[in-house]
Design a protein around this ligand. Structure first.
Ligand code: NI
Ligand code: MN
Length: 226
């Protein structure tokens, strides 16, 4: 599986030859000015919740690529009104098998409203089960006991977790989350983009190491193999 980081909580996973983009907030991110969204290919776009720092580039990329946007009912409805027809609505607890594998939606303890103030439904995380490996993207969330259910459903190869605090889990809670979901490989997102979530990344990596876990923080634009 290949993972490309586009800054903040946006990344692209290549699985079963499909390009799956998550939470596109790229052209509005000062740290991602070297990424041109017109060069991003996508077969799918997964949107965890309606906040602008997760959906800002979704309509533009979905229109250009024709990618199928997978998100909750309310965001699906909103995207349809923006002229995006290729959407797949889901909701918490639901599961669907796509051509790259199966996705289960799980609770994220956060909030969700759309950039124009529309109701955004409930925020979600996603669990991917594929022939190339299994992973969990929590979306923006606090640490929650519900995460303990995840290893009863799937054996994870890695998890993508926010580590920036203020709006989401901090490093120590993300370490606990990785204990709950039973994985030792974590990719950090949702840090350093703006003042509220600036962190000491070296300290974060050390804290994960001390817990017997590996925190991966690829550079914006970097692709890693997992
Ligand atoms: Ni958010
Ligand atoms: Mn966010």
């Amino acid at each position: 599986m290949k993972y490309t980081y586009f800054g903040h909580a946006s990344f692209l996973v290549e699985v079963q030859k499909k390009k799956i983009l998550f939470d596109p907030f790229i052209s509005y991110n000062e740290l991602a000015k070297h990424i041109d969204i017109n060069n991003i290919a996508a077969d799918y776009i997964f949107v965890s919740h309606g906040h602008v720092d997760h959906i800002a580039d979704c309509v533009a990329i979905a229109k250009r690529t024709g990618a199928k946007v997978v998100t909750n009912w309310e965001i699906h409805d909103w995207l349809q009104k923006q002229g995006i027809e290729n959407t797949h609505p889901m909701n918490i607890g639901g599961k669907w098998t796509f051509d790259f594998g199966t996705v289960k939606c799980v609770i994220a303890q956060h909030s969700s409203s759309l950039p124009d103030g529309s109701y955004g439904g409930n925020p979600m995380g996603f669990i991917f089960t594929t022939a190339n490996g299994n992973f969990y993207y929590s979306g923006d969330t606090s640490l929650t006991l519900d995460m303990q259910l995840i290893p009863t459903w799937v054996d994870l190869d890695f998890a993508i977790l926010p580590i920036g605090s203020n709006f989401t889990m901090d490093v120590d809670d993300a370490i606990n989350a990785s204990v709950f979901v039973q994985t030792n490989k974590i990719i950090g997102v949702h840090y350093n983009t703006f003042g509220f979530i600036k962190i000491d990344t070296e300290d974060a990596i050390n804290r994960f190491n001390n817990a017997g876990k590996t925190l991966l923080l690829p550079a914006i634009g970097e692709t890693i193999s997992l």
